[in-house]
Design a protein around this ligand. Structure first.
Ligand code: F6R
Length: 249
């Protein structure tokens, strides 16, 4: 695992957006695995700026999102479909047919099967962007998830529901289930870039880097992948034993 500790979330966004835009320039038909949540918003903002300023061409890029809430359709402002359109896809020249996000409505069993098949057909994902939950989840693979897990429906933990309530009017509106790519699905990506900022993420980052591989900290499964880049700020790094600081300016 390659650890990069930067000063603040803005530096994380700069580094990750440069990594993604360089990949898209180098490989115009790149397959990207994308995340939602607060962590990647700054990165997506900078990718939009890059598109506007440098005309980076997204027309052949293929994307797969990690997860979606069960029961929310694409028009629901709290769905991850809506999030991705609002924060990235509506502002770049991506071909809408190349966007893949698990559907949380309709025949869920069928949706899940189709999603894994699509990933199989288009994959491997060149670069998978991940955030991390305070409880160490990646995607919505909550504690207890197994290393061989595939795309499936999961029950969200109370901690995840509380952490995500700020996207909703009230905590009671946060769906209790989601569809998520599994751990095995995520680990198939060629490169994984995990980002985290703030002290609330520090215990999960400690488990990811110093812990043993443990289903109670699903992030620790990333130790089994050969090409993981962890980009975090100093707050998220504060429980690390011997932070290896590599400054990028
Ligand atoms: C989102 C996802 C989640 C988030 C995680 C962190 O697609 O898969 O694992 O990355 O919950 O969320 P934020 O960034 O809001 O702290």
């Amino acid at each position: 695992m390659h650890l990069i500790i930067v000063q603040n979330p803005e530096e994380i966004s700069q580094l990750v957006s440069k990594t993604i835009s360089s990949l898209v320039v180098k490989k115009p038909n790149a397959v990207l695995g994308l995340a939602t949540g607060s962590s990647p918003i700054g990165t997506y903002n900078l990718l939009i700026k890059d598109y506007q300023n440098n005309k980076t061409d997204w027309s052949k890029v293929v994307t797969f999102n990690l997860d979606e809430y069960v029961g929310l359709d694409a028009h629901d402002p709290t769905s991850y479909h809506y999030f991705m359109n609002h924060h990235l896809f509506n502002h770049i020249n991506i071909n809408k047919e190349n966007i893949h996000i698990p559907s949380g409505i309709g025949n869920i069993t069928e949706n899940i099967k189709n999603y894994e098949n699509l990933l199989e057909n288009f994959g491997p994902v060149d670069l998978q962007l991940l955030g991390i939950g305070e409880n160490g989840h990646i995607g919505f693979n909550e504690p207890g998830s197994t290393m061989d897990s595939k795309t499936r429906v999961v029950n969200l933990t109370a901690s995840t529901i509380t952490a995500n309530k700020h996207f909703f009017d009230h905590e009671s509106q946060v769906p209790t289930q989601a569809i998520t790519m599994g751990i095995a699905t995520i680990l198939k990506a060629n490169t994984i870039v995990l980002i985290a900022s703030g002290s609330k993420k520090a215990p999960a980052i400690k488990a990811l880097i110093h812990g043993k591989v443990d289903a109670q900290w699903p992030c620790s499964y990333l130790q089994n992948h050969e090409n993981v880049i962890i980009i975090i700020d100093q707050e998220a790094a504060k429980l690390l034993e011997q932070p290896k600081t590599e400054r990028k300016n």
